[in-house]
Write a new protein. Structure first.
Length: 125
């Protein structure tokens, strides 16, 4: 409803944040743990989408995950991408609230169904 969402991948503790369009107050949402050691890189949030139900999605390029946040409670859920080292980035929503996620390293696109919480992969080219 006019709020601005940003990813903050330069912070030590990576997170996404909301800036209220009414008050300019900031709400911070830590990215759920990806269980990756620091030596493997940070989660690297790379792309945000908010669906019509107010769920915020953030792809984590280095952690190879998709994070979903309930924008009312702030609770986050982490989903592992279906292919290892796929480098998910810049997701897009369709008119059924499904999320299309390009896999930068694999030549595929992954489709995330929010109802089943499952992925389908499609090879490109």
């Amino acid at each position: 409803a006019g709020d601005i969402w940003v990813n903050d991948y330069f912070a030590e503790a990576e997170r996404v944040a909301k800036v209220s369009h009414k008050t300019l107050a900031t709400s911070v949402f830590p990215i759920p743990a990806s269980n990756r050691p620091a030596s493997e890189g940070l989660p690297l949030p790379y792309g945000l989408q908010v669906d019509s139900e107010g769920r915020l999605y953030s792809t984590q390029m280095a952690a190879n995950t998709l994070a979903r946040f309930d924008t009312k409670s702030g609770k986050g859920t982490l989903f592992e991408m279906p292919a290892s080292n796929s480098a998910p980035r810049r997701p897009g929503l369709d008119n059924r609230q499904g999320l299309w996620i390009p896999e930068f390293n694999t030549g595929h696109v992954a489709y995330f169904d929010p109802t089943s919480e499952g992925f389908t992969r499609i090879q490109l080219g």
